[in-house]
Design a protein around this ligand. Sequence first.
Ligand SMILES: NC(=O)c1ccc[n+]([C@@H]2O[C@H](COP(=O)([O-])OP(=O)(O)OC[C@H]3O[C@@H](n4cnc5c(N)ncnc54)[C@H](OP(=O)(O)O)[C@@H]3O)[C@@H](O)[C@H]2O)c1
Length: 282
Amino acid sequence: MTIAITGASGQLGRAAVDFLKARVDPAQIIALARDPSRVDDLGVEARAFDYTRQPDALTAALAGVETVVLISSSDFNDRVGQHRNVIDAAKAAGVSRIVYTSILKADVSPMLIAQDHRVTEALIAASGLSATILRNGWYTENWTGTLGAALEAGALIGSAGSARFTPATRSEYAQAIAVVAASANHAGKTYELGGDEAFTLADLAAEVTRQSGRPLPYNDLPPEVYQGILESFGLPAGFAAMLVDVDVKAADGWLEDSSGTLSDLLGRPTTPMAAAVSAALG
Ligand SMILES: NC(=O)c1ccc[n+]([C@@H]2O[C@H](COP(=O)([O-])OP(=O)(O)OC[C@H]3O[C@@H](n4cnc5c(N)ncnc54)[C@H](OP(=O)(O)O)[C@@H]3O)[C@@H](O)[C@H]2O)c1
């Protein structure tokens, strides 16, 4: 059973390879990356793999692969086209199953960020390949990664109002990848994944205040103001608009999942928000 993981040079892919090494023989794992030298340290076979290449050019890199984990691209320039190249190559190479990292409720979510995932899921379904779809919620690190900057600025900002999120850590989503990739029992399944705890951005700010001893209010901003601030940080307008859209639409629960499916896959509760804050604050 050979398992190949795309995006292995990225944070999620790298962690998934590490978790997978604890479940299957490392000789059965292939790390796929644009620049294979960047994944040499993972201790598994590395092959060159660029989503923008035509399927013909990708098929050889999937020779002998039974399961391919397609980690959604971080390049938003024709992301669907990139994913299509990988799906077509997987089919041509005789891969049995695709594991794809999607977004919560991708089939019905009105979020801009869900559009590429919805189309990719449809392409996978149309390919006829067996699939496991991991509909990931938001990463806890999307906020905890910038807590230092928020404390310096004196506020956590967003446009999420009192939206409730159930994020999980990147590491937890990576572990879920390893769990489902290592077992054919997950073929044909779509999992909605979120952390066990729901919280608002005001809850998060209050916890940071409590742990740091420094006041951190949550300032809820009109979408156009938040958009302007994100752009002033150097984010491209389109990407900033997508993040603002996430916040605004989260109010309707599109990034909330209380199914407990992630903790079931992991066999343990997910990381509490207070623990994630503590780790981030060091
Ligand atoms: N749910 C969430 O909250 C959330 C948050 C952030 C991201 N995401 C999604 O989850 C994915 C994984 O997250 P992450 O934290 O691991 O992101 P990351 O650290 O930025 O890694 C992205 C990976 O995508 C690879 N990649 C980009 N363009 C590629 C191409 N043309 N061909 C092959 N590989 C390509 C990168 O390769 P290089 O190393 O060569 O650049 C890298 O390995 C992201 O790509 C994004 O789609 C979800």
